[in-house]
Structures are given as C-alpha cells and as structure tokens.
Design a binder for this molecule. Structure first.
Ligand code: TNX
Length: 618
C-alpha cells in the first residue's frame, strides 16, 4: 500500500511537471515543480495580506518590500484560513511535508502560500516576487509600477539544507551596510547561511567585552594614512543577526584558531608560544604564528570568547577555522611538548586534534556544533562528529562522511569566488593560485556525487569570498573610479551572478540542473540585480562560429542579459559602447579579429568574447 502511494505520487508529479512550461517562469533556484497558468494576480492598494499569526514577520516583509518599491501600503491581517482576493501566507503542516517546503498558488483571484515552517513561507515569498516585474525589488518607489504576479502553481523544497556564502571580513573590513546588502541579495536567491570569517592574521572584527584589545589593537593594521581596519560592536552584530533572521539567513560566526590569528596575538602576545610582539598583518600571507596549545590560559581565553560569541549568534553552528596550521612553534615550545608527552600524542597534528576537542566540548556546553575547515577532521582523532567544510577536493566530503562527520562542500575549483571568472585581459585581478571559475564551472558541481551513500550527512554547499588576494591597483573597467583599491564592488562583481549558480545547485534537484536552461532564466535576473544596486559582472555574449566553404566565418551572438545590446568589432580591438550594434549574424574573413561585448548601459558592459579565445596568463 505504502509503495503504491509513492508510485502514484510520482506519477502525479511527473504529469505535473510534464505540462509545465518551465521556460515561461524564470525563478532561480528552479523550483521542484512548477506550472505556468494563464492570467495574473494584480495587487492594488485594496489587496490584503492575510497570514497565520506565526508568519507576521514574513507578511510584514512583503508589505515593506511593496511599500519600498511601489509606494503602496498593504494591510496585514491574521487569519487561520485563506481568503479570496488576498495574498494568503499560511502555515500548513498537512499540505507541506518538507521542513523548508512550500506551495505557492497564484490565480487571477488570489495568492495562496502554504508552508510547513517560517523558512518555507519566506522562500515562497521570494518565488512570488520573482513572478513579478523586477522593479518590485527596488529600494525606492519606481514609476509606473505594474504590480502583477504571473499565475502559476509551484510546489517546492530545497535539496540541501545549507546553501551558504562566506565573507572574509577579516582581510577586508566590510561595513554593516554592505553586509545588509549581501544578506538581501542572498535572501532573494534562498541562500540561507552567511559565514563571517571574523578572525584572521589581518584583523579581529568582533567586539569582545572581556578582551578589549582584540579590537582596540587587533582590528587595525598598517601605519598613518595606510591604516585600515574596523570591527563590529556586539550591538551591531545582534542587529545584523536579527536582520538576517527575518530574511531566512543564519549567520555562522567563524573564530579561527590555532593558526590565522595574528590579530589576536598582536593584542595579547601571551596567546602564542613565544609571546613575541607581532603587528597585525597588512598582507594576506599565512603567518607562522600559532596559539600555544600547552598554555591553559589559551583555553580559558577560547571559553570566554565562545561565551560572548554564543550570546550574540543563535546559530546552532560555530566555525572554529582550523586550516593551514604551521606547527614549527609547537615543535620548539616546552609547554606544547610537555602537553604532547603527557597526553601520549605522537604528532603535532594530534595536538591540534586535542585543541579541536577542547573547543568541541566548550561549544557543546552551549548546545552548538563545531564547523571547521576540513583540516579539523584530519588532525587527530575527534571526540564528536563535526561539520567538515571541505575546501580541497570535493571527494574529501565523502571521506569525512564515511568517518561519521557531516560535510559541507566549498571546493576551491568550484566555490572559491575569489578566483576570477576568466583570464581575459581586463578581468578583475583576484586570486590566481587556482584556475578561474566560469559561471558554467560554478554550476557544474553536483553535491549528490559526494554523499558516500548518506545524503543526510551532506549539509550542502558554500562559496567563499576571501579578500586577501585582491591585487592592489586594479580598477574594474565598468566601475567608476574608486577611492580605494579594494572595495565592496569587487565582492559584488565576484559574487554575482555566480552565487545564483551556487543557489541552484544547492536548492534544485539534480534532474533540473541544466546549464542552458539556467542561463536562459538567468538572463532575466540582471534587471533584479540592477534594482538591488548590485555591481555584478556582466557576462560576455554567447557565441557560435560556423566556418564557411569559402574560408570566411559566420558568427552568431546571443545576449546573455535580457534586453541588453551586443556590440562588436572586426579589427582585433576591444569593442566599446560606441562600436557597431549586433543585429544579425556577421560574416568575417578573419574570426580571430572579431570581438563582441554585452552592453547593459554606457558604464556597465562586459569583457569581450573572441572566437580565438584569450591566452591564459602564465
Ligand atoms: C586559503 S581556504 C585559505 C585562506 C585564503 C584563501 C585564498 C582556507 C581555509 N584558507 O586563508 O584566504 O586560500 O584563496
């Protein structure tokens, strides 16, 4: 009977998706089931938002968004069941079984959202907003707003519970406003975890009341006019946590140790084995300094830090870093060696395991689970399962799952968005130690390949935006002169649109992961980015080249951005916004001399695409 029911459900789902005209809906990440219907729902000043009492925040979020972009004030009312004519946002654990799942039914008569939990209701709202004109995402009232919602029927739930972004706020201090913008962008695409890399050699970014020098000293690097830095007060962080919570985003704090913490050691030299005075670093090289493992005071320090961190961040996870530890100082430190002997440990790696175990215990007392870079699962036996954030080869995720840990995928080759998308001359100069990650490459990671048969142990995917690798002195061609060399605009440029690829591989079922289909939908999202003041990277035109019998080549271009013009040159020079507008396929004698760009506006255009390609820089 049970099997029959499953079979029938599958048939019903298959029929449901077969009739859907997916191309007409451009939602990213692609919903599990979607069907476009005829007609649309029109929102007017009389439309009510009706919600379950537990969903007032979500109803208010929608009302705020519509007030902001359309200058319309919708009334919010609480009710237990749907009302005709209204936008209904209801909790319904009978209709929806997946924890973060939802259904969204839009007809010309009403909108009905059903979700099992708050998160699902929020995701439903994001899907609903994506069924509206992009201007609905604007942060100020737009003229002539048409408040229509495409009629559709959607039933959706994410594949993986953790769809994250990591920002390195240590090497480059992003102010709170930028973090809000980032969270807003994430929320639009159902990305639900923001890991803040709060500690590294170049800066300690979180106010800790018991250790004021961490921010008085540790948050600042460089001298005189070159002095840079900053930190978040606990109040600011609490407000940010609340802001993120409303948007379905959990902020996971990363307090990095035993390596990558010169900022703390500069403030409190006794934290290190040799207790030598260090400067907070201005560059991103990895310091040989390390927290002393043999000094009890260091564990008291960690426990104090975690007390304050846990009082600020309700996240069930705390990330303890743990990567790239250089053990030279431990090897010559009498206290570390004494502890190693006392514990009967053979290697310094095992000593790191001991440090990790101490942290696991401290955080367990706060009811939190430890996350760390995959090194933590590789150095010394651990007393409890952790979440290994796998930044090397993705295969390591399967290994750590096999050992009883949970895993999160952030493999360099797909998820390190501090690598540029291309090596086209003129590309933003970012990290070069691994190969560029094109949008298509970012989309090609398949989390389900790395579960070792335990899908529940793979939490999901996360992209990393390290900021130690920006090469000072570069300006993006399409960004106005910046008054500093590194800036938030770089992070927007590196993050978008690749974060949408990440969002889809983390959310959508494998059967729907199709790059061509994704690109076609994506072309409609740049208008959303514009509405949200996002300084995204404009993709190059899509190009096909056909060789003709007479030796000429015919080049066909497709705009990757809906509504954007393409321009080209045939003389081997970079096109600009005054070059010839592409209207139909072009036949040229020498394809190598052809270059084309996507032009979103006079100041926002892409790097060129060229049939000959661009040489990889050595
Ligand atoms: C490696 S990835 C690091 C970071 C750097 C990054 C640069 C990892 C856990 N550690 O400290 O910022 O490479 O791409």
């Amino acid at each position: 009977m049970h099997h029959l029911r499953i079979a029938l459900t599958l048939v019903a789902f298959a029929a449901f998706s077969a009739v859907s005209r997916a191309a007409d809906i451009n939602i990213i990440p692609r919903p599990a089931q979607q069907q476009v219907l005829d007609g649309q729902f029109t929102i007017s000043a009389k439309t009510r938002i009706v919600c379950s009492p537990a969903l007032l925040n979500e109803a208010q979020y929608l009302a705020d968004q519509l007030r902001q972009s359309a200058d319309i004030e919708l009334k919010v009312e609480q009710a237990a069941s749907a009302r005709r004519g209204a936008i209904n946002i209801l909790l319904d654990s009978v209709a929806v079984s997946a924890p973060e799942g939802y259904t969204l039914d839009v007809t010309d008569k009403s909108i009905v959202i059903r979700a099992r939990r708050v998160a699902g209701a929020f995701y439903a709202l994001q899907s609903m907003l994506q069924l509206m004109p992009p201007a609905v995402f604007a942060d100020r009232p737009q003229r002539d707003m048409v408040l229509t919602v495409q009629a559709a029927r959607i039933s959706d739930a994410p594949m993986w519970p953790w769809r994250g972004m990591m920002l390195d706020v240590s090497r480059y201090f992003h102010d709170i406003n930028y973090l809000r913008h980032y969270i807003d962008m994430m929320a639009t695409y159902k990305l639900n975890v923001l890991q803040l890399h709060l500690v590294d050699d170049a800066g300690w970014r979180l106010e800790i009341k018991k250790y004021p020098l961490l921010t008085e000293v540790g948050a600042w690097a460089g001298t005189d006019t070159q002095r840079l830095g900053g930190y978040y007060t606990q109040d600011e962080m609490r407000q940010l946590v609340a802001y993120a919570q409303v948007r379905g985003v959990t902020i996971v704090p990363e307090i990095e140790f035993p390596a990558h913490m010169v900022s703390a050691i500069a403030a409190y030299p006794w934290l290190s084995c040799r207790a030598q005075q260090n400067e907070v670093q201005t560059q991103g090289f990895i310091s040989g300094e390390i927290m002393c493992a043999g000094n009890d005071a260091c564990y008291d320090f960690l426990a104090d830090i975690f007390d304050e961190v846990c009082s600020i961040f309700p996240s069930p996870y705390v990330n303890i870093g743990g990567d790239e530890a250089n053990y030279d100082n431990w090897k010559t430190c009498a206290r570390c060696q004494a502890l190693k002997a006392k514990l009967g440990l053979k290697t310094e790696a095992e000593l790191q395991g001991y440090v990790t175990n101490r942290a696991i215990d401290m955080l367990k007392a706060h009811g939190r689970t430890v996350v760390g870079w995959n090194e933590i699962a590789e150095r010394g036996p651990l007393n409890a399962p952790v979440v290994a954030n796998c930044w090397h080869e993705p295969e390591r995720a399967a290994e750590h799952i096999g050992e009883g840990h949970k895993a999160l995928l952030s493999p360099v080759a797909y998820c390190y968005f501090d690598m540029p998308e291309s090596r086209t001359p003129g590309e933003v100069q970012a990290a070069t130690w691994s190969t560029p990650i094109s949008l298509e490459k970012a989309y090609s990671l398949r989390p389900s390949d790395y579960t070792a048969g335990h899908p529940e142990a793979l939490l999901g995917v996360q992209a990393c935006l390290w900021s130690d690798q920006f090469i000072v002195g570069t300006k993006l061609q399409e960004i106005d002169a910046l008054d500093e060399n590194r800036s938030e605009h770089y992070i927007d440029y590196l993050t978008f649109p690749r974060a949408l690829a990440l969002s889809e591989i983390g959310w959508s079922q494998s059967q729907w992961l199709n790059y061509a289909d994704f690109s076609a939908r994506l072309s409609n999202h740049f208008a959303i980015f514009d509405a949200k003041n996002c300084h995204y990277r404009v993709p190059e035109p899509q190009m096909t080249v056909v060789q003709n019998a007479d030796g000429t080549s015919t080049i066909t271009l497709v705009s990757p951005v809906a509504g954007a013009r393409l321009r080209y040159r045939t003389d081997g020079h970079y096109p600009n916004v005054h070059s010839t507008v592409y209207e139909h396929p072009v036949t040229v004698k020498d394809a190598k001399q052809f270059m084309a760009i996507t032009e979103v506006s006079a100041r926002h255009f892409s790097l060129p695409v060229c049939p000959a390609g661009f040489e990889e820089k050595k």
